[in-house]
Design a protein around this ligand. Structure first.
Ligand SMILES: Nc1ncnc2c1ncn2[C@@H]1O[C@H](COP(=O)(O)OP(=O)(O)OP(=O)(O)O)[C@@H](O)[C@H]1O
Length: 555
């Protein structure tokens, strides 16, 4: 039903026209049958006028059917296109935390499988509608032909539909189960693509992965799909049986009710004609059901409602146009964040964090693996919502409504950055000269060419990827730059260039920089160094404070 509501909402007037044409085509088809019936019964003359009418009716069947289905299928494709772009826009507007909770495999499954399933269902709707009109019109004609025979057939078909209702519900339940298994299958596909190196190196791992993470899930999907299809073919065979049963029964009932044989024969002819659209309707059930399940799945992701606009919803009136260039810039007071617990393991607790970042400052954050450094950076960037405490930017509290404003002040290079092949400057305008100069200074100009805002190649080494990500962040020209272990993949020469030249230069240019770093050789380049371990932020007191790794005796 929700499929129909979506279609109705988006059709902008084309739907009523298409439905009208479809109904006209179907009714013209029924009129052909009715006229043929009259020819058989001898109540119409087989003269030129009758055949002329039949010719016109056939032309109407073709013309109206074609126009209606062309309109409806075009509408179906338009809905799918809109669903694709709108779902991606909703995803772009949704919080990182929500997307993390949903997980990448489920998101990919929705973007590929669910949208395709909804599309298939939409594209079947025109045929469902035309068949529906045929069936309804056909039954109305049957009622007109003989009320007693119609009542008997309607009662028999009604009972049969009631009996089949349970099968359709069972089929829907199984389709929901199949869709849940699809998320696990997509996790397997992802492992096969992204873990290709590890899998190529180790045959045993490949076998274990293929058996447990792929074959087992694929077989579960196959079993569930097979069970769902069994209900479908049962419904198809049941439909054929019911129609044929009613046809046989009608002769017996017709005689018992004293109906003339010619009337019964005409009644049966219409029933035979209705067999095809009825079977088509039942045949389409799985496509419609899986479309409905897919649409429900898209909604269950909990994405933000669709907004066509890309404007930052932050009210600009109550925030300053520019940030201060001296004094406190970003202040965290009692900020707490909890990563959710998973699989029986406790979640990670960060904070309470009290931190004041001054404008133009270079702050380094050090700490052991899993200490919470990256989590802290995402909180500073406004990508995560603290569970307690306040964040102030330029003295103004960053409320939920102002989180977009905070994000607009931040450029970041995360530890595994995603590279886009277009550079984007402030307000979408790129300073090409600045970009070219960074390309040169980051020693990427022999590898990548910048034409307009487009980069020629992003298939780079890990260290080069980080440099390109830094370039993309720098040309955004935002006041706060967050770097997560940026230098970890750089060669010693470039690392020295980064700490000794680039960072101080960026700071002199007005940037406030927070960098996660383990390069204690260069800690003197920072105005301050803090340590983040076990979610607690403390001043760094020198290399002696580093806890040595636990060394196990070699076996
Ligand atoms: N999306 C997430 N969901 C649940 N837990 C998470 C998530 N991201 C990180 N964590 C947990 O939070 C803790 C801190 O992770 P974080 O990435 O902030 O540490 P880090 O100090 O940056 O580590 P590293 O130096 O290894 O990069 C880890 O124990 C990690 O398991």
């Amino acid at each position: 039903m929700s499929l129909l509501i979506v279609l109705l909402r988006r059709s902008r007037g084309r739907l009523p026209l298409a439905l009208l044409l479809g109904a006209a085509g179907s009714l013209a088809g029924l009129a052909v049958i009715a006229l043929v019936n009259r020819l058989i019964a001898g109540t119409a003359d087989p003269d030129a006028a009758t055949f002329g009418i039949l010719g016109l009716l056939l032309a109407a069947v073709f013309g109206c059917g074609f126009a209606s289905q062309a309109l409806l299928t075009a509408l179906g494709h338009a809905v799918v296109c809109e669903l694709r772009t709108a779902t991606v826009k909703r995803l772009l507007d949704t919080d990182v935390e929500r997307l993390e909770a949903v997980g990448a495999p489920a998101l990919y499954a929705t973007l590929t499988k669910d949208i395709a399933a909804v599309g298939q269902a939409f594209n079947r709707l025109p045929f469902v509608f035309c068949n529906g009109v045929l069936v309804l019109g056909g039954f109305a004609y049957l009622a007109w032909l003989s009320a007693p025979l119609f009542l008997v057939s309607a009662a028999a078909i009604g009972l049969a539909v009631g009996a089949a209702y349970g099968w359709v519900s069972a089929m829907r339940r199984l389709m929901i189960a199949v869709r849940a298994i699809d998320d696990r299958l997509f996790a397997g596909y992802r492992g096969a693509v992204e873990g290709r190196n590890e899998l190529a190196l180790n045959t045993a791992r490949k076998r274990v992965f293929h058996r447990h993470d792929l074959t087992a899930v694929a077989e579960l999907a196959r079993d569930t799909e097979t069970r769902a299809d069994r209900y479908w073919v049962l419904s198809l065979s049941w439909t054929a049986l019911v129609i044929l049963g009613v046809i046989v029964g009608i002769f017996a009932v017709g005689d018992a009710l004293g109906q003339p044989r010619s009337l019964t024969a005409g009644f049966v002819l219409v029933l035979m004609f209705l067999r095809m659209p009825l079977s088509d309707l039942v045949g389409t059930l799985p496509i419609l059901l899986s479309g409905g399940v897919a649409l429900a799945k898209v909604e269950a992701l909990g994405l933000e409602p669709h907004r066509a606009s890309f404007d930052n919803p932050t009210a600009r009136a109550d925030v300053p146009a520019a940030l201060p260039t001296a004094g406190p810039l970003l202040e965290l007071s009692g900020v707490v964040y909890d990563h959710p617990a998973q699989g029986g393991e406790p979640g990670f607790h960060l904070g309470p964090v009290d931190l004041t970042l001054r404008a133009g400052e270079i702050l380094f954050i050090v700490g052991g693996n899993g200490g919470g450094k990256s989590t802290l950076l995402t909180l500073l960037a406004g990508l995560r919502r603290p569970s307690a405490g306040t964040i102030r930017l330029a003295g103004i509290e960053v409320t939920e409504e102002r989180r977009g404003w905070l994000r607009e002040q931040i450029s970041a290079v995360f530890s595994t950055p995603y590279l886009f092949d277009r550079l984007v400057g402030p307000d979408g305008r790129l300073d090409e000269a600045l970009a070219q100069s960074f390309l040169h200074r980051l020693r990427l100009d022999r590898k990548v060419t910048l034409t307009g805002d487009r980069l020629s190649d992003i298939r780079l080494s890990q260290g080069q990827r980080k440099r390109l990500a830094l370039l993309a962040a720098a040309v955004e020209e935002r006041p706060i730059l967050l770097l997560d272990e940026w230098a970890a993949d750089q060669d010693p020469q470039f690392r020295a260039f980064f700490y000794d030249e680039l960072l101080p230069e960026l700071a002199r240019g007005g940037r406030t920089i927070v960098a996660v770093s383990h390069d204690d050789r260069y800690f003197h380049r920072a105005d301050r160094v803090l340590r983040c371990d076990a979610g607690v932020l403390t001043p760094w007191t020198g290399p002696a404070a580093e806890s040595p790794p636990v060394m196990e005796a070699a076996q």
